[in-house]
Design a protein around this ligand. Structure first.
Ligand code: ADP
Length: 234
């Protein structure tokens, strides 16, 4: 259910706390709104709550209090099945270590989300072909991911993440395992996708990545937003 009212944020995290056991709160009353079309980089030292925030937005965990709404869905209220459906249809995820299935070909990896959603085969194959071409990896369609370079593997992961046309692309340290040339390629790709309208939530330590891709940067410290700044230039 994509809400037609443009003033509603795509991500609306409201007054969220997250406690793990007895320790200090991993998130301590965090409020964050992200509009469709933004590319938001979340920065912050290790332990500041970045992964916790990402997991709540992806519906992989629930807040202790507060609400998480994405694309009109109250993510914090979903049961396990609804949460899996939410992830399949509303978000695409890209990880540091690609998380591709090495027993499948590149094409099969990219098709996977469409298969899980029951998209008709011909339509899914056409979409996957388009994505592979757009990302410059169509010549690898029949190869296994293990035979590709890191940068190419991350492109495959991005193609898979975009397969179901998710309103939100989440990238968790997408350049963390890449050499600088491949990292630059992934940076350019994310920037192009955002320029084409894709909303991106990026968690990274890579300041060059944040500086070149993000339209806005928030910095977490101790589970709170310490800084929230628009990008000056990209
Ligand atoms: P970051 O991603 O910025 O490194 P995290 O969200 O992983 O930060 O962690 C925030 C805080 O929550 C840290 O103090 C961490 O130790 C704690 N934490 C995260 N996950 C768990 C967990 N599963 N169990 C207990 N504590 C956790």
């Amino acid at each position: 259910m994509t809400d037609p009212r443009n003033d509603d944020p795509l991500i609306d995290v409201h007054d969220v706390t997250k406690a793990y056991g007895e320790g200090p709160h991993a998130l301590a009353g965090l409020t964050l709104r992200v509009r469709a079309g933004e590319a938001l980089a979340v920065l912050g030292p290790s332990g500041s709550g970045k992964s916790t925030l990402l997991n709540l937005i992806a519906g992989l965990d629930r807040p202790t209090s507060g609400s998480v709404t994405v694309d009109g869905v109250r993510v914090d209220r979903l049961n396990e099945t609804a949460s899996a459906t939410y992830r399949r249809s509303r978000i695409g995820m890209v990880f540091q270590f690609f998380n591709l299935l090495d027993d499948l070909t590149v094409m099969e990896n990219v098709l996977l989300p469409a298969q899980l959603s029951g998209t008709p085969r011909a339509r899914a194959t056409a979409r996957a072909g388009e994505l592979l071409a757009r990302l410059g990896i169509e010549r690898h369609a029949r190869n296994r991911p293990g035979s590709l370079s890191g940068g190419e593997r991350q492109r495959v992961a991005v193609a898979r993440a975009l397969m179901n046309r998710p309103p939100l692309l989440i990238a968790d340290e997408p350049t963390g395992a890449l050499d600088s040339a491949s990292g630059a390629g992934v940076r350019d790709l994310l920037r192009e996708l955002n320029a084409d309208g894709q909303t991106i939530l990026l968690v990274t330590h890579d300041l060059t990545l944040a500086g070149s891709c993000a339209t806005r940067t928030v910095e977490l410290v101790d589970g709170r937003i310490a800084r929230d700044v628009p990008a000056v230039t990209r």
